[in-house]
Write a protein that binds this ligand. Structure first.
Ligand SMILES: Nc1ncnc2c1ncn2[C@@H]1O[C@H](COP(=O)(O)OP(=O)(O)OP(=O)(O)O)[C@@H](O)[C@H]1O
Ligand SMILES: [Mg+2]
Length: 235
């Protein structure tokens, strides 16, 4: 069986400036692969390249063996790449239910079944389905952003700093829920995260990025080595 998401030698950036200098990584079914690195090394740009918001200059992106690296973002979403952007980008003026409906557009056939499922994973949303998303706490909004991506039944979920600006108890809850989702559904997760506690407790492996490249891959045991992590985050 092939790797679920196989990223090979991708290059890309904005205008004339290249940010990604040949990124190679693979994510298996049910795996949570973390990605760490200093500010500005290209973590968000990598996610944007995977979903199709940054064009590829070189390299390939295979989802279950199929090349998707030149597909439009909407097509990649339909084929099973879900994306939770940095800063969440939920629609504050819409209700929780309406936000979920927007996410469901990429896979309408499974919307009803998936809505039950995601609300089961994030029960806090259930009581607030008719509430405007802007009225919820940061932690609740983050859970909504993840639920909105999950409702289209993706095979791969890209999460860009889900702990950002969220209180620690909710970060723990989100981490535990992601672990459960990966185990139960086989979804592969790429988790960009600065919260090393979260990375250590849920990631199977951790890639380190610098200057638009993966420079090392750490095992769970190495993740506990604070000195090593400090060095990597201050490369
Ligand atoms: N829309 C854009 N247009 C031009 N340059 C950009 C754009 N977005 C990001 N960049 C540049 O690309 C580089 C990588 O940025 P990116 O946002 O991918 O980093 P990051 O690793 O996600 O950082 P952070 O940890 O702060 O989120 C930076 O030099 C940044 O200034
Ligand atoms: Mg970023």
């Amino acid at each position: 069986m092939s790797v679920l998401l196989e990223v090979s030698g991708i290059e890309g950036g904005y205008g004339g400036g290249r940010v990604l200098n040949g990124v190679t990584l693979g994510i298996d079914r049910g795996e949570i692969l973390a990605l760490i690195g200093r500010n500005g090394v290209g973590k968000t740009t990598l996610m944007r390249a995977l979903i199709g918001l940054v064009p590829l200059g070189a390299g390939s992106i295979r989802l279950d063996g199929d090349e998707v690296g030149h597909d439009k973002p909407y097509s990649r979403a339909q084929k099973g790449i879900g994306y939770v952007p940095q800063g969440r980008e939920i629609f504050g003026a819409l209700t929780v239910a309406e936000n979920l409906q927007v996410g469901a557009q990429a896979n309408r056939a499974r919307a009803a079944e998936m809505k039950e499922k995601v609300v089961g994973y994030f029960p806090v949303l259930k009581a607030k389905l008719q509430q405007k998303a802007a009225t919820m706490s940061g932690g609740e909004q983050q859970q909504l952003a993840i639920a909105r991506a999950l409702i289209s039944a993706p095979r791969i979920l890209l999460l860009d700093e889900p702990s950002e600006g969220i209180q620690p108890s909710i970060v723990d809850l989100i981490g535990e829920t992601l672990l459960k989702i990966a185990k139960e559904t086989g979804i592969g997760v790429l988790l960009v995260e600065q919260d090393m506690g979260m990375v250590e407790s849920i990631a199977t492996r951790c890639c380190v990025m610098d200057k638009g490249r993966i420079v090392d891959t750490l095992s769970p045991a190495q993740l506990a080595d604070e000195e090593l992590i400090r060095q990597y985050l201050a490369l």
